[in-house]
Design a protein around this ligand. Structure first.
Ligand code: PEP
Ligand code: MN
Length: 338
């Protein structure tokens, strides 16, 4: 349920309203919008008599929100959420490009790749230190050592770091990381989501392999319910009957998520398609569809990559893709970075 306040609502009347709601066991979330202020109600709102609320001096309108996600709902928060990451901003109409290898493999690999990504125009660096692999016999990542190498690459390039967490037990290792990624396989790891909700870092939440958009928004709600509002959603392809691509990129998820939610939306064309030859076209499609960010895998030598070699771009190919991304972004009135 949301309460839209009158433009001239008096503080005293608002505080009476808040006490009334609190006494009914409802928690409130006041959002100062550009045009009007809104109070979002979380809890069992069936105990509330709408007529009673309408009778309060400060109330303009009361609306029930049917969707189970409240804090992530655009009805609760009409303005876009804007997330600041060092000197970059996600969700303010700019376009962020997060690029880097699937896995951090060595100092030379991550630094060389990071420098090349930056030169081509990437605004953030990605790299997996903890890798969620289908097989326990595949490379599992350099873990803590990988995090240290990412921080070295940040020192070298100034690019903020995006990297995946797989367990809340590792949170201490992420203290200096700029954006914590929750991978597709952990989208419904609710204990992890709750732990991330208690920290103040931006979270990049990837859509589960077989998750609906509502389930994705409910996972964002888990993080937000604990107090962390800095959540960006990421469409990374879903499982369908199609086998020619690794997954199927649900491009319609981008405008739909932006209609339903105020959270920024990122698109990962690398895991969505698994094919180098499709990264450029899917990146351009994502920008046109309104994505706030792209996450693209780039490796200094994809043939020798320890994971996802077949979908990682060479730095030269990434630079080509970036030229077109910049052109399309400009056409759409977007600027890269800030
Ligand atoms: C990744 O980005 O490194 C990754 C493993 O992606 P996803 O969780 O989308 O499969
Ligand atoms: Mn990968």
């Amino acid at each position: 349920m949301i309460i839209i306040l009158k433009k001239d609502a008096q503080a005293e009347s608002i505080s009476r309203l808040e006490t009334l709601l609190k006494n009914k066991g409802i928690s409130t979330n006041t959002i100062q919008g550009e045009h009007r202020n809104i109070i979002g109600l979380v809890g069992d709102t069936s105990v509330i008599d709408i007529q009673n609320l309408m009778a309060q001096d400060c109330v303009e309108e009361v609306r029930r929100v049917q969707e189970p996600y409240k804090k992530a709902n655009r009805k609760f928060h009409p303005d876009d959420t804007v997330i600041t990451v060092k000197n970059n901003v996600i969700g303010n109409g700019s376009l962020q490009v997060i690029a880097g290898p699937c896995s951090v493999e060595s100092e030379e690999q991550i630094i060389t790749t990071a420098i090349a990504c930056k030169e081509a125009g990437a605004t953030m660096l990605r790299g997996g230190a903890f890798k969620p692999r289908t097989s326990p016999y595949s490379f599992q990542g350099l873990e803590g050592e990988g995090i240290k190498l990412l921080l070295k690459a940040r020192q070298e390039t100034g690019l903020p770091i995006v990297t995946e967490i797989m367990s809340e037990a590792d949170l201490d290792l992420f203290t200096d990381i700029d954006v914590i990624q929750v991978g597709a396989r952990n989208m419904q790891n609710f204990r992890l989501l709750k732990a991330l909700g208690k920290c103040d870092k931006p979270i990049l939440l990837k859509r589960g392999l077989s998750s609906t958009l509502e389930e994705l928004l409910m996972s964002a709600e888990y993080i937000m319910a604990e107090g962390n509002m800095n959540v960006a959603l990421c469409e990374r392809g879903i499982r369908t009957f199609e086998t020619m691509t690794r997954n199927t990129l649900d491009i319609s998820a981008v405008p739909l998520l932006k209609q339903k939610s105020h959270l920024p939306v990122c698109v990962d064309p690398s895991h969505a398609t698994g094919l180098v030859s499709l990264i450029e076209s899917m990146s351009l499609a994502a920008v046109v569809a309104g994505a706030d960010a792209l996450e693209i895998e780039v490796h200094n030598d994809p043939k020798s990559a320890l994971s996802d070699g077949g979908q990682q771009l060479t730095p030269a190919k990434f630079a080509e893709v970036m030229k077109k991304v910049k052109d399309i972004a400009a056409y759409m009135g977007r600027t890269l970075g800030k």
